[in-house]
Design a binder for this molecule. Structure first.
Ligand SMILES: [Zn+2]
Length: 391
């Protein structure tokens, strides 16, 4: 003879569709309560599975609620049947667990320290963490305040009892740690604290991952430093090349002998040609001389050659010493100028010429490899650098 004993508070508005043929068994009530029990007295022929199916609950929940050791029933025995709340609600968090919202700058270590946990304890409460280093600000970490253990979401199709057994824990202890009076309260997705269970493997995996990431960072840093060194080396090499080029240019420039300019009074002169290119400087080794006694000014054949300074023509003729047709002007005070390799001469010995007056034309007579004027300045019979006298 079965009957319903309704838990007065919980079932004030629950409609229980009883499979039993008792008219008074149907109580019209409104919406579902969150939790409650039905006390059911076992009738002949009842099985635990059958009763559980009738109430849409897990047989293990009935066993747990009713303190059964196995599924054997005795007629007249009273069973407590935990009812499943049908209402939608957010996943349940065990009362001993606090949800902490990650703030910017938080690290797993700093959060663990703040709540007096070891990193392992914190990881155990958050076994789905992907990294020990990267905490996402705004995400939630579960902080076990009392019992420490593994916090997992109840898998679909599993009960608190299943979960407890899977981890070798007493369902009663798990229920206590989670503040659960009725194991049917829990639904898939609800968080369950499994006291004393540590996510050591997860923690070690995360530690290994952290170490791998650290190594990867070190490796990336090493590569970056190497690249910086390579770039610095390349820069040094380029600078050395540039310096070498600068030195070469400077050397080329200093091959021109340093000229100490004489004052105008000492004998300033004008260029004997108006258009030319200096091909050999004074003192340089030339094609025919170990020491060049003047400067060579390259100019087209026939370019007029003018007196560098006023004076008297001392020589205008052929040289036996390589000058070819040449003119020597005496400017007085021991100063002479010489114009060599002329194609022809426009003055004769003894003529007086003004500065700028044409005295001959560019040629390549004597020891010469092409049309140019060899110009010399002599002071008291000693050759001087003509550039010192020229503008
Ligand atoms: Zn010369």
């Amino acid at each position: 003879m079965g009957f319903f004993a309704l838990s007065a508070l919980a079932f004030a508005k629950v409609s229980i569709l009883s499979p039993l043929p008792l008219p008074e068994a149907t109580v019209e009530v409104g919406r579902a309560a969150k939790k409650g029990w039905v006390v059911y007295q076992v009738r002949p022929g009842d099985t635990l599975a059958g009763i559980a199916a009738r109430y849409g609950v897990d047989p293990k929940h009935i066993m747990w609620s009713s303190g059964l050791k196995d599924d054997r029933l005795q007629v007249g025995q009273r069973l407590q049947i935990p009812l499943v709340a049908a209402e939608e609600r957010p996943p349940r968090v065990p009362p001993g667990v606090k949800a902490y919202r990650v703030r910017p700058g938080d690290t797993l270590a700093s959060v663990a320290q703040r709540f007096g946990l070891t990193p392992l304890e914190l990881v155990s409460a958050n076994p789905s963490l992907e990294s020990l280093d990267r905490l996402v600000a705004g995400s939630v970490l579960y902080i076990p305040k009392e019992a420490k253990g593994l916090v997992v979401a109840l898998p679909e199709g599993e009960t608190l009892v299943d979960l407890a057994q899977r981890f070798g824990l007493s369902p009663v202890r798990v229920a206590q740690a989670n503040g659960v009076e009725n194991p049917a309260e829990l639904r898939p997705g609800d968080l369950v604290l499994l006291p004393g269970i540590q996510a050591r493997t997860t923690y070690q995996r995360l530690l290994a991952k952290q170490e791998a990431e650290r190594q990867a960072r070190l490796e990336a840093e090493r590569r970056r430093q190497e690249e910086l060194r390579r770039l610095a080396e390349e820069r040094r090499r380029q600078q050395a090349l540039a310096q070498q080029r600068t030195r070469q240019v400077q050397q080329a420039q200093t091959q021109r002998p340093q000229v100490r300019r004489v004052s105008y009074q000492e004998g300033a002169m004008r260029w004997p040609l108006s258009g030319f290119r200096i091909t050999t400087y004074f003192g340089q080794r030339g094609a025919f001389q170990r020491y060049h006694t003047g400067i060579d000014l390259a100019a087209p054949y026939g370019t007029p050659v003018v007196a560098a300074k006023a004076g008297q023509v001392q020589v205008a003729g052929w040289s036996a010493f390589g000058y070819g047709f040449h003119v020597v002007l005496d400017h007085g005070g021991g100063v002479e100028t010489l114009y060599a390799h002329l194609s022809r001469m426009a003055v004769r010995a003894g003529d007086w010429v003004e500065a700028g007056e044409v005295i001959g034309y560019v040629g390549s007579t004597g020891w010469s490899t092409g049309p140019h004027l060899h110009f010399e300045v002599r002071v008291n019979g000693v050759v001087r650098n003509p550039l010192a006298y020229l503008p």
